[in-house]
Design a protein around this ligand. Structure first.
Ligand code: SF4
Length: 363
């Protein structure tokens, strides 16, 4: 904690907040900054960052929670696979409670399906080695931070000649939906708090089109309270100067070149493709699909199963929340029919979901 405490110093935070208020005091407009990282969303709620900001600055949450943006038909596909007797589903914990159209993986597990919580795709690979009689299907959900580890597991499975390791792919990239949302006139995003871990892989250059072509300031920001206050102040400065650019507040982790090795592994196994985002629809080129050379590991292509027609809960506003257009409190189901114990939508399930954050910490 010694090192983290330096980024949680109350006296320094107070000075930073005072400076921010003074800097924007004469600004007559409204600055709307969007975070697109579930860990940022949690940190903003946990540390009460909104309550510290001047009225000229508004924070909204975007599609930064990978579980939340995964569409309901993907969950239905995973549920259908879990019902096959030869299949074991291996997944990160958040996914098991995400509601599908008529079931979720937790319910299927209670009915006898084999669903294993794993902490890494390599755990799923180990399951495949240990149980050659089973088909191990890893749920490949996540952004550029998670995707290289999944690509690495597929490469390892190929090296080892494993025939029973599969990935049900739903990996996505973050800068493309950021551009889509920046072009939405209803939102009027004045700046992005860019994700920290994703940026450690893709590097600051990935956001250059946002700043240079769409004129949206971008600051790659860390997760601690002082990181967030500094990132917000850097965005405010860019707006006041009228000079949008990409800056890195989180320079203790993010290198200018990102992580080329992780990107190489990604490019080896995945190709860009058009994929649906919950609430946003299909965004061209925003997905990472398994290349044809690795089709033997693609559960969608290798394991035939019938999947029910997708149905979203009609009252759930998760889609609008992921676009930053409404807040959880605007949803009539929030804290009533929808709670972390009984989630109606993915935004209430995931530990990085906006509804879960607002439920836990308040506004
Ligand atoms: Fe959906 Fe529940 Fe959030 Fe409402 S509170 S938007 S039902 S997840």
């Amino acid at each position: 904690m010694k090192y983290l405490d330096a980024f949680r110093d109350g006296a320094v935070a107070r000075r930073m907040v005072e400076q921010l208020h003074a800097r924007v005091a004469d600004y007559a407009g409204q600055m709307t900054f969007m975070e697109v990282c579930g860990t940022h969303t949690m940190a903003i709620y946990q540390h009460g960052i909104r309550s510290l900001l001047p009225p000229q600055i508004r924070l909204i949450s975007g599609p930064g929670c990978p579980v939340c943006v995964t569409p309901v038909d993907y969950v239905d596909h995973a549920v259908a696979l879990s019902r096959l007797p030869e299949v074991v589903i291996a997944t990160f914990g958040d996914m098991v409670r995400v509601p599908g159209s008529s079931s979720n993986l937790q319910h299927e597990q209670a009915r006898g399906a084999e669903v294993r919580i794993v902490y890494s795709p390599l755990d799923a690979l180990a399951l495949a080695q240990k149980h050659p009689e089973k088909k191990i299907v890893f749920l490949g959900v996540g952004f550029e931070t998670t995707a290289p580890t999944i690509a690495g597991a597929i490469l390892a499975a190929q090296r080892q000649g494993l025939k029973n390791f599969f990935v049900l792919g739903a990996n996505k990239t973050i800068p493309i939906p950021m551009a889509a949302l920046a072009a939405d006139p209803e939102l009027q995003v004045s700046g992005y708090l860019c994700p920290a871990h994703v940026s450690a892989i893709i590097g600051p250059g990935a956001y250059a089109p946002l700043a240079e072509q769409l004129g949206v300031p971008c600051v790659i920001t860390g997760f601690e309270p002082l990181d967030m206050l500094q990132g917000i102040a850097m965005l405010a400065d860019q707006v006041l100067e009228g000079r949008p650019r990409v800056e890195t507040q989180y320079s203790r982790i993010v290198r200018p070149e990102g992580n080329p090795r992780a990107r190489d592994i990604l490019a080896q196994v995945f190709a860009p493709c058009d994929v649906p985002w919950r609430g946003i629809g299909v965004i061209p080129g925003s997905g990472l699909c398994i290349r044809d050379e690795f089709a033997a590991f693609d559960a969608a292509r290798r394991i035939a199963v019938e999947v029910e027609a997708p149905r979203e809960h009609p009252g759930c506003l998760c889609g609008e929340i992921l676009k930053g257009k409404v807040r959880p409190g605007d949803c009539p189901l929030f804290r009533n029919a929808c709670t972390p114990e009984n989630p109606v939508g993915a935004c209430m399930v995931s530990s990085e979901g906006t509804c879960a954050a607002e439920y836990k910490y308040g506004i």
